[in-house]
Design a protein around this ligand. Sequence first.
Ligand code: BJW
Ligand code: ZN
Length: 250
Amino acid sequence: MNISESLVARLSQARSVCVLTGAGISAESGVPTFRGEDGLWKKFRPEELASFDAFIRNPDLVWEWYAYRRKLIHDVKPNPGHYALAELEQRVQDFTLVTQNVDNLHRRAGSKRVFELHGNIERSYCIECGTFVPELRLDELKAAPRCEKCGGLIRPDVVWFGELLPAEAFAEAESAASRCDVFLSVGTSAVVYPAASIPYLALEHGAYVVVVNPERTDLSFHAQETILGKAGEILPMLVQALPRKPEGGS
Ligand code: BJW
Ligand code: ZN
């Protein structure tokens, strides 16, 4: 797959770039996506695990599911797709990475300006008093732990269905999408709102919107380009295709 001249030209001249990522960018690291043939939701029903009601109904089941995924994520590494985005950040004056992922792999790859729309699986907090609990003490627990201060249930700091997204992260995402010259939507089915609305904001404001995904998504019907392929292959090609900045240049 070739990177189009049009995209290379726009990206190399872009003052502002915004990237939205989803589970697909971590697939090549070995983290399962949610939807699709090998997706997590094939085996587990979302409403049984990814909602506050589900947690209250069966805290131990939900906790065990997150403990399993936390361990899986802890044991994997960022892939070339994550590293390419960290490198792209170095090349662009105003770069914003917005992720729906909770796996922390972007930061582990060196990305700095990252906004997490659906939280972070490595953090947990008490549902009663809001106290955050250091991750290390929660490792390997099968049953949902209780808060040392008030006895309340401890939950993962992720955004479940029906819950509001972190306001500051979402505001930063909206602002970045509204001002960017190029917008990349990488490895997301773009069906979960309000995150899925962000590329449309970029389109409304005249950005050049590109989907990177092995298959077309709903957004592909509106985007300027869809690059069919794996993020871990396409993104490094994209960064390599950009002209090197002259030595000492800004
Ligand atoms: C590759 C690749 C490779 C594979 N390279 N690509 C009806 C209509 C509209 C909206 C709603 C509705 N009913 C309810 C809603 C609202 C709901 C929603 O949008 N539901 C839709 C599903 C219908 N949204 C919410 O509830 C949100 N909150 C909200 O709206 O608040 C307001 C409100 C308050 C009160 C009442 C009602 C509303 C919150 C959403 C939270 C989502 N949380 C999750 C779980 C996070 C915690 C955890 O990790 O367990 O977030 S769900 C899950 O989906 C996770 C993901 O971040 C999110 C998005 O998934 P993603 O990343 O796109 O993954 P996939 O698997 O879908 O796609 C992977 C893609 O990668 C595929 O396209 C592959 O092809 C591709 N791929 N390999 C590149 N190598
Ligand atoms: Zn508490």
